[in-house]
Write a protein that binds this ligand. Sequence first.
Ligand SMILES: C[S@@+](CC[C@H](N)C(=O)[O-])C[C@H]1O[C@@H](n2cnc3c(N)ncnc32)[C@H](O)[C@@H]1O
Length: 255
Amino acid sequence: MTTDSQTEYMMALIDLHRGLDRKGPGDSDYSRNILSNLSKVPPKPRIADLGCGSGAGALLLAQHYNSTVIAVDSSSVFINELKARAKLLGIEHLVIPICGDMAKLDWSVGSVDLLWSEGAAYNLGFEQALKIWRPLLANNSIAVISELSWLTDHRPEPAIAYWQNAYPTMGTKAENTTRANRSGFSVLSTHRLPSQAWWANYYDPLRERIRQIDITSSLQSVIRETEEEMRMFEKFSDFYGYIFYVLQATEEKSL
Ligand SMILES: C[S@@+](CC[C@H](N)C(=O)[O-])C[C@H]1O[C@@H](n2cnc3c(N)ncnc32)[C@H](O)[C@@H]1O
């Protein structure tokens, strides 16, 4: 793809997700459950949601902790949606939306107590994201990152071929644990997002959006690929899925 066609593709992808509460698989109750089991977060944590989309995580985090959340996304469309949603919920004073690159944050070292990132780290690559984000966290602080992961060592050929093209560095839980350790984190726990949450909270609303949207030529290829992604998940959800990695920043950094 040329830069122009890449930009056009990204704009179409953003357009397709316009108005959806979630821009990727996730589930609010599932997230709350993870948060309620985090014992190492201070009462008023300094929180960041990186690759926040329109705020599925950021809004929930702000409400859960009644604390400020800095929410970063590269899409101004999604950031504007986040602002509107925060206002509607009456919590705009708790959300600091930033339209920017989550790989280039010039924040002070150790300025974040809880780093949250749902379905976004893969844009940088899991390990690369962890290495870039680790300095933002003080020693012993917590990061919760959902990452598309292989669930089994034996995988069907069509799933391998698909992900070899779409996300070649996708790892297993064991591989991602090694990557996290290499990046200055220990893994406290892992939680697999149930497949049902992919459908109920992401793919079903996305299908509805596809039914309603005016299909321009630039949207055609995005929709074709999105539908292929859904067909893959329909067939092979036993073999890959989102895992939430609950990580703790270790004192020994082997960066
Ligand atoms: C799959 S969506 C998940 C969004 C949100 N966390 C959610 O669960 O609804 C991934 C998000 O990462 C954002 N993103 C991708 N690359 C980024 C970058 N380099 N910096 C900031 N945001 C980025 C996209 O705009 C998109 O909103």
